[in-house]
Structure formats: structure tokens, C-alpha cells
Ligand binder design. Structure first.
Ligand code: NAD
Length: 497
């Protein structure tokens, strides 16, 4: 590293992408930077690898994916330490991240055959002479574009779904965490050395754009909403389907019958884990009046114990510090009160835990993704007001409700893809639940059955098993037969007298 390098900011020198720790500037590693041609070449290689991978069948893929899962478990400490070195993430957060990644890999490997495999469909009365078959066929090559904030679990979600479905994957890790991305690819190659079924291409945003235009069958993007729109535009050129996992501004609701201390503990974890750099992180709380004061006090007490440099790691992306500072200043300028942290919270590369009350709803701290260890708490009259304020956002990723009597009902009414009741972020840890958002948080799903189907095309086949008694789909039908078909239709589906 030369003296001009900003710690944590990726640089490309001599066709090498150099990755450094955001707190210390220590080099985490360097990887070859790709250009458009290299991306195309990787996708061409992946097409061949995909044919080989498909040839292994469900059981062959399952065995290999489960072996890779076990490798991740065996080398969990190494991976968490590498993630700390590269992104600054505390090792304990890294270990929990690997745990979630292992869950998704395991679930996808074990369930792909059942969810996507061929099945016979029940015959329909009007086409009784035909039998239906349904199966889900892989796209061939899937492009996965990843972010830096959870460099293990965010790509492993779509990668495990895509691989289990029978695709090869070309993965473009974030330029802030390419070394962790390459580690995932290298360890997969230890398990599957025969063909480049999982490859990485490294570089800045242009390499992601090249991947969208490189002939892949589908793109799974995780990152900011603004980049998600660019990815969609690039994919639209060739009608390449996309999954967009974008940003969020998730809310937590505290109802009158909530366990207030448990809610505070979860709010602090949900907003401050990974220094708040979490797509499904809690950024806003709406607490009903009877529990508001006790909740604010408990949050301040618990968040006040967190130490920067220990539980709160550095902000991985240096320019995010300016956004966090802007939001804090805007909240204070508009009349918000910091009950913890506040004006001086940003001390690069760290941000001290900051809790606001009385922040107006038009403040950027309420409306835009802050991606730092900050939280706003707003007093509301009841759950209806909480839901209407929580839903007043272009984003809709996750969310949380604390309470007893009405909590699940409130969870259903939140405009989001996922909600944790009496917990935060927990839905990301269950391999059988789909993960994804609505509105500006994106569309499509990873994880679970929906996440597997995202990486395969449904293929419908009908097979004639007898001559048609009442042929409908031929010019050789007679008017009498058509009348008989209509008669049968009336009998079957007409209104009963
Ligand atoms: P980002 O949008 O800056 O970058 C994401 C990826 O896109 C990177 O690999 C980047 O190189 C690539 N990219 C940049 N420009 C591109 C282009 N024009 N074409 C194709 N690819 C391009 O996001 P980030 O800062 O890495 O990640 C943080 C964001 O990700 C936050 O908004 C966070 O909420 C979101 N996120 C969402 C989820 C989710 O599952 N919904 C998970 C984690 C993070």
C-alpha cells in the first residue's frame, strides 16, 4: 500500500484489485481484475461447466454441495477472520454470518430435487386424454452480483439456490470484499475440481455491468436500489431476468403488551449489529405511548454499553461515513434529539451508537437508508399509527413487531417481504423461508422453495395417452363435438340451479 491509499477503499493497480482493511489499511489480499473480455470468457467456460454439473444429477450435486457446506463449517474460524481482516467485521459477527450461510447451503442442497424435480400433474377433466408433466430446468449460467456488508451469506443465498438448481455461477463480489468472494470460489473448487462450476470475476461496477451483458441466463443482484436499477437496465437489453435484493429502512413496532426489555435488546441488536450495515437492519422504531419511555430508557442503557472497535466495527465503505454524518446532522437540524451519541458520533472509520427521539418523518434519518449504528424512536398512539408510519416508505424489505395479542396481525399488515415477531432479523436464519422485498427493496426471492424456483424455468409438458373423445384442438372437430364440449363445460362449471 502506498501512502495515498485510503484504508478500505479498493484500488486497481497493474490489473490487480487490492483490498484493504477499513480501520487499519492493512492489505487483505489482491485478486486479478477482470475486463469485459474476461467476463465473457468466464461465462463461456461456465456454459460448459453447467452442462457437466447438470449431468451429475440431483444426487451428485447434493453430495458435493453438502461437502462444501461441511468445509465451511470446518474452516469457519478462517473465514470469519478473513472477513474481519477485509471488511472490519467483528469476528463474532462473521461466525454468525457463516452459520446462516451454512443453513442456506444445506437447505438448498437437500430440497432441490423435491422442489424442482419432475412430477406428474393431475389430469384435468376436459383434457382427460392428456397427462401433464412439470419440471424446473436450470438457466445454464447465473450471474450473481454481491455487496460487501455480508460478503458470505448474501452471495451464498443465490449461489446455493442456483447451484442446487443445476446452474453454473459466475460471481462478481463487491470490490470491497473480493478476497472473501475468492475464498468461497476457491474452497468450492477444492470440492469440485473438475469444472469451473463457480467462478469469480473481480472489479468495480463496470464488471457487474459486463456480467449482465455477457450471455448469462439470469442475474441475481444484491446491493443498493440505485445500482439495482442500472442492473435491470443492462439486463433489459437482452431480456435477461433478474432478482433484485436492494436496500431497506426497516421498522420495529413496540406494542402496549410487549416485553419492553426484550424489545430493546432486539432493537439494539437489529440496528447496531455489523455497525448498522445491514439491509434488514432496524433503522426506525415506533413505540406506543404507554411503553415508550421505558423502551427508550432500555435502548439507551443497552446501546450505551456497546464499544466502537469492539462490538461496533468500522464502517466498511469510507464514503458511507458522509451519508451517516448527513443523516445525523439533518435529524438534529430538524429538531430531533440524540439521547445517545449524536453530533460527534462519526469518528472515522467508526460511528458511535446513536439513538434519536423526536425526529420528524421528513428527515433523511427516517426516509433514507442510513446504514450506520443509528436508530430513531418515535412515539405513536397505537399500532395503527405505527403501521401507517412504518409503511410510509418506498422501501419494504423486513421489519419486526414486539407484542402479544396483535403482533402477528400487525406483522401481516407491514408492507415488506419478511417480518420477525418478538425478534429481529431472525427470518434470514431459516433456510425454508423466502427472503426478498417489495417496492424499492426489490423483487424476486432467494432462500426456501421460492428461492430455488427463482433459478430455474418451469417446463410444462403434456403427453397424450389416448385418442380424444371430444377433440377441441383440431380443425377436424365437428360442430356437434363442439356443442358437446360446451355442454360438458356447463355441467362441470356452470352455475348450479
Ligand atoms: P452497490 O449497489 O454499491 O454494489 C453492489 C454490487 O453491484 C457491487 O458488486 C458493485 O460492484 C456492483 N455494481 C456497481 N455498479 C454496477 C453496475 N452499473 N452494474 C452492475 N453491477 C454494479 O451496493 P453495496 O454498497 O455493495 O451494498 C450495500 C447495499 O446493499 C445497501 O443498500 C444494502 O441495503 C443492500 N443489501 C441488500 C440486501 C438484500 O438482500 N436485500 C443484502 C445486503 C445488502
Amino acid at each position: 500500500m502506498t501512502a495515498t491509499h485510503v484504508p478500505g477503499l479498493p484500488v486497481i493497480e497493474d490489473n490487480q484489485l487490492i483490498s484493504t482493511n477499513p480501520a487499519t489499511g492493512e492489505e487483505a489480499g489482491r485478486v486479478p481484475a477482470a475486463d469485459e473480455q474476461a467476463v465473457r470468457a468466464a461465462v463461456e467456460r461456465a456454459k460448459e461447466a453447467a452442462a457437466w454439473w447438470q449431468g451429475l444429477g440431483w444426487d451428485g450435486r447434493r453430495t458435493r454441495l453438502l461437502r462444501w457446506r461441511s468445509l465451511l463449517v470446518e474452516r469457519i474460524d478462517e473465514l470469519a477472520e478473513l472477513t474481519r481482516l477485509e471488511s472490519g467485521k467483528p469476528v463474532n459477527d462473521g461466525l454468525i454470518e457463516v452459520t446462516a450461510a451454512v443453513e442456506h447451503l444445506d437447505w438448498a442442497a437437500r430440497h432441490a430435487k423435491k422442489v424442482l424435480g419432475p412430477r406428474r400433474m393431475r389430469t384435468r377433466l376436459l383434457l382427460a386424454e392428456h397427462v401433464g408433466h412439470l419440471e424446473y430446468q436450470p438457466f445454464g449460467v447465473v450471474g450473481v452480483i454481491g455487496p460487501w456488508n455480508y460478503p458470505i451469506v448474501t452471495p451464498i443465498g443465490p449461489i446455493s439456490g442456483a447451484l442446487a438448481a443445476g446452474n453454473a455461477v459466475v460471481f462478481k463480489p463487491s470490490e470491497y470484499t473480493p478476497v472473501v468472494g475468492q475464498w468461497l470460489v476457491d474452497t468450492f473448487a477444492e470440492i469440485v475440481p473438475e469444472q469451473p462450476v463457480l467462478q469469480a470475476v473481480h472489479g468495480l461496477g463496470d464488471v457487474g455491468g459486463a456480467l449482465c451483458r455477457s450471455g448469462v441466463g439470469k442475474v441475481s443482484f444484491t446491493g443498493s436500489t440505485a445500482t439495482g436499477k442500472k442492473v435491470m437496465a443492462a439486463c433489459a437489453e437482452n431480456l435477461v431476468p433478474v432478482v433484485i435484493e436492494a436496500g431497506g429502512k426497516d421498522a420495529l413496532i413496540v406494542d402496549f403488551d410487549a416485553d419492553v426489555r426484550a424489545a430493546a435488546e432486539a432493537a439494539v441488536w437489529g440496528s447496531m449489529t455489523n455497525a448498522g450495515q445491514t439491509c434488514i437492519g432496524i433503522e426506525r422504531v415506533y413505540a406506543v405511548a404507554p411503553v415508550y419511555d421505558a423502551f427508550v430508557a432500555a435502548v439507551v442503557e443497552k446501546a450505551g454499553k456497546l464499544r466502537t472497535g469492539e462490538e461496533i466495527g468500522p464502517i466498511t465503505m469510507p464514503r458511507q461515513l458522509d451519508i451517516i454524518r448527513d443523516h445525523i446532522e439533518d435529524a438534529l437540524a430538524k429538531g430531533g434529539r440524540a439521547v445517545l451519541g449524536g453530533a460527534d458520533a462519526v469518528q472515522a472509520p467508526y460511528v458511535a451508537p446513536t439513538v434519536f427521539v423526536d425526529v420528524p418523518e421528513d428527515s433523511s434519518e427516517i426516509r433514507e437508508e442510513t446504514f450506520g449504528p443509528t436508530l430513531t424512536i418515535t412515539r405513536v398512539a397505537d399500532v395503527d399509527e405505527a403501521i401507517s408510519k412504518a409503511n410510509d416508505s418506498p422501501y419494504g424489505l423486513g421489519g419486526s413487531v414486539f407484542g402479544k395479542k396483535n403482533a402477528v396481525r400487525a406483522a401481516r399488515r407491514l408492507r415488506s417481504g419478511m417480518v420477525a415477531v418478538n425478534g429481529t432479523l431472525t427470518f434470514v436464519g431459516m433456510g425454508n423461508l423466502p427472503f426478498g422485498g417489495v417496492g424499492e427493496s426489490g423483487f424476486g426471492r432467494i432462500h426456501g422453495e421460492d428461492g430455488l424456483r427463482e433459478f430455474a424455468r418451469p417446463k410444462a409438458i403434456t403427453v397424450r395417452r389416448a385418442k380424444s373423445l371430444l377433440p377441441a384442438m383440431t380443425f377436424e372437430r365437428t360442430p356437434a363435438q363442439v356443442r358437446q364440449i360446451v355442454k360438458a363445460l356447463r355441467l362441470l362449471y356452470g352455475r348450479k340451479p
